[in-house]
Design a protein around this ligand. Structure first.
Ligand SMILES: C[S@@+](CC[C@H](N)C(=O)[O-])C[C@H]1O[C@@H](n2cnc3c(N)ncnc32)[C@H](O)[C@@H]1O
Length: 305
């Protein structure tokens, strides 16, 4: 059970563990195992009666796992959380942790295609065994779909222009690699802001490839069903679209942020927030771990049903 910080350094570790408010005999789920940094800490707080179930859709993460009777690694998308737990005979859990997005390992492995700083096939799939890749999207999507992806997920105001350039270029030659994509879009990048521009373009494609918004909605609904009363849901987001979804659901009980009230005027919502404002990393942690720069940590407790 060694800490594999070469794979990923856990973000806001202390705050997450405190947020889970661990009962040593309880059942906990880490839906984004990665390097296992958060999981190891959760596991160390459990008794022999406690259980830790972990998920990662990337088969690479399995190498950070360990063997123990009260520990289960499930190579699956967390959108199947309820079904997978049902198969293990589990219908209620005491805490769920989600550390969303990609691991440093996925980002640093140039050939996975997540980074615009390394030339590689445009892949970006967290689960390399299924689904469409970023290459499929840039070469096959219609103009209107490309505009949607860059506008919604990259929040790019040049989304129409980006889509047009891609369509024009791919008519001559397939867009194969990360550098192919950067080269054809470079003239659209605002001066001195090309880093931010490419980060937004790549983020948009990654969210679409991995259907990150849809699976997050499914996870939140499954967590609502699975958590026992007073069970904790701890979520770390790294971009505003994810954080908005989590915030709306925790604060107002719906993804769109629309409240429904009962007869007495109380908002009907499954969770109560433990922290009204999200935790962010301190300067020191950001210096040690660049992944911590954009984190927003929200913690909520399951209300009475
Ligand atoms: C930010 S890392 C987690 C790091 C981990 N907390 C640690 O301390 O090492 C996110 C991990 O979750 C996985 N992941 C992201 N979305 C997923 C999903 N929908 N289903 C399953 N795993 C997912 C990624 O493959 C990645 O390994």
């Amino acid at each position: 059970m060694e800490n594999n910080t070469d794979y990923h350094i856990p973000v806001l570790l202390k705050e997450c563990i405190e947020g889970l408010n661990i009962n040593p005999d309880g059942i906990y789920v880490d839906v984004t195992f990665g390097g296992g940094g958060h999981s190891r800490e959760i596991y160390s707080k459990l008794s022999e009666k406690g259980k830790l179930i972990v998920f990662d859709q990337d088969a690479d993460a399995l190498k950070n796992s360990w063997k123990a009777p009260n520990f289960h690694f499930i190579t699956s998308n967390f959108s199947f959380l309820s079904n997978q737990l049902f198969a293990l005979g589990i219908s209620k859990v005491d805490g769920i942790l989600a550390d969303l997005g990609v691991s440093s390992h996925q980002f640093d492995e140039g050939e996975r295609g997540f980074s615009f700083r390394t030339d590689a096939v445009l892949d970006m799939r967290m689960n390399q065994r299924s689904g469409k890749s970023a290459k499929d999207i840039v070469n096959q999507y219609e103009e209107s779909e490309l505009i949607r992806v860059f506008k919604e997920y990259g929040e790019l105001n040049q989304s129409r222009r980006i889509a047009q350039v891609i369509i024009l270029e791919r008519a001559g030659k397939t867009i194969e690699t990360t550098f192919d994509l950067c080269n054809i879009l470079r003239h659209l990048a605002p001066k001195f802001k090309d880093y931010k521009f490419f980060a937004q373009v790549f983020q948009a494609l990654r969210i679409e490839v991995n259907e990150e918004m849809a699976v997050l909605e499914k996870l939140i609904l499954d967590a609502t069903d699975l958590l026992s009363v007073n069970g904790r849901f701890v979520v770390m987001s790294y971009h505003s679209l994810e954080d908005r979804l989590v915030k709306n659901y925790f604060k107002r009980g719906s993804f769109a942020g629309i409240e429904t009230k009962d007869f007495f005027g109380n908002v009907i919502k499954p969770f109560s927030e433990i922290n009204r404002h999200p935790y962010v990393a301190e300067e020191g942690e950001m210096e040690r771990n660049s992944r911590a720069r954009s984190v927003r940590l929200r913690i909520a407790e399951r209300n009475e049903r």
